[in-house]
Design a protein around this ligand. Structure first.
Ligand SMILES: *Cc1c(COP(=O)(O)O)cnc(C)c1O
Length: 385
């Protein structure tokens, strides 16, 4: 059976070029970058090159890059790191209701430690309003964290505009750019951000490695204490192979992003228009300010989970809500924040396209879904045809 993977917001396969770039650092070049002899120097050189490459892609300088274990650690380091370092300046933090749990739960944990938290609402398209950010800012606000694009519904936030407002008020601004790395321009000056987190496995790099941009002058308490790696901002022997893979994957994605985005947008819009023909279907998220690969729809009278199982039987991988919450019966916090009812939010289906997906894949999915919807609805006591 042909298998079609359409869950690229959850993770992506490692590209062959990336794997090839990583391989030497598992054995022949296995040195510890902190060692002075030749093995160590080779690893240090690979690490320095990767740091140069990543910083250039972000329009930053190499000393502003901290390599992490991924998006979750990047968000935790940015948020807890700034909160601990700046707590004598104030204890107020602002975020939005549609953030990834890595951001939301870090902020809520800080609230338990005595910080004050404002969680901004979003509109029906999942957009955060810059005016609402401005209104929420206080003299004691030390940090604002708003994601660049949402992993469930694909809505892209006006980060540059929000960043300018936050800077005027003297607070630090973090953006979770895990879904936009290799997709949108991540120039940190244009975005007006102080901290920005990315994760390699979302752009065809390996799992368990990421990078956090920390603007020069931003004070950060480390989460992990120990050695002096990463300029004392993150202790531990560096994941050299992973970091090499991250840099390679990021560079390739940036090189190809315009062409690939144009291709994905066509496939995305074909999927959205095809699925919209199914009765009682609503498209979630913003139609223009949207990631090129994201499709998110709700089919009324259907459970997202049963849809996923039926798609899996046909070899199609998709997601309902986010990967972290699937398996639980909680509806998506993102869809609820956008004003959808619990009932509707349960019936959401997310298809996220990627490099391997073709027009034929899209046509196959469009051929299978209407029948599945019809059969599931026929079994629903609520559905009256
Ligand atoms: C996947 C994801 C994360 C978490 O990244 P990991 O590397 O898996 O820890 C954070 N934020 C967003 C928006 C994501 O999509």
């Amino acid at each position: 059976m042909k298998r079609i993977y359409m869950d690229h917001a959850a993770t992506t396969p490692v590209r062959p070029e990336v794997l090839e770039a990583m391989l030497p650092y598992f054995n022949s070049e296995f040195g510890n970058p902190s060692s002075v002899y030749s093995w160590g120097r080779a690893a240090r050189k690979a690490l320095d090159n990767a740091r140069d490459q990543v910083s250039a892609l972000l329009g930053a300088s190499p000393s502003e890059i901290v390599f992490t274990s991924g998006g979750s650690e990047g968000a935790n380091l940015a948020i807890k790191g700034v909160a601990w370092a700046d707590q004598n300046r104030g204890k107020h933090i602002i975020t939005s209701a549609i953030e990834h749990h890595a951001v939301l739960d870090a902020v809520l944990w800080l609230e338990k430690q005595g910080f004050e938290v404002t969680i901004l609402p979003v509109d029906e398209y999942g957009l955060v309003s810059p005016a609402q950010v401005e209104a929420a800012l206080r003299p004691d606000t030390i940090l604002v964290s708003i994601m660049h694009a949402n992993n469930e519904v694909g809505t892209i936030q006006p980060i540059s505009e929000i960043g300018a407002i936050v800077r005027r008020h003297g607070a630090k601004f973090h953006t979770d750019a895990v879904q936009t790395a290799g997709v949108l321009d991540l120039n940190v000056e244009a975005l007006n951000v102080d901290l920005l987190s990315i994760s390699a496995h979302k752009f065809y790099g390996p799992k368990g490695v990421g990078a956090l941009y920390v603007r020069k002058g931003v004070r950060l308490s480390p989460l992990i204490h120990g050695g002096g790696q990463e300029k004392r901002r993150r202790a531990g022997t560096e994941n050299v192979a992973g970091i090499v893979g991250l840099a390679k994957a990021f560079a390739l994605a940036q090189e190809e992003r315009e062409q690939e985005n144009a291709r994905l947008i066509k496939l995305r819009d074909r999927l959205i228009s095809g699925l919209s023909r199914i009765p009682h279907t609503r498209v979630n998220g913003h139609l223009e300010q949207r990631l090129p690969n994201n499709v998110n729809v709700c089919f009324g009278f259907i459970e997202g989970e049963s849809m996923l199982l039926n798609l899996d039987l046909r070899g199609i991988a998709a997601s309902s809500g986010s990967a972290c919450t699937s398996g639980s019966l909680d509806p998506s916090h993102v869809l609820l924040a956008m004003g959808l009812s619990h009932e509707i939010a349960h019936g959401s289906l997310r298809l996220t396209l990627g490099r391997e997906n073709t027009e034929e894949d899209v046509e196959f999915v469009l051929q299978e879904i209407p029948g599945i919807v019809e059969r599931l609805r026929a079994m629903s006591p609520l559905y009256q045809g």
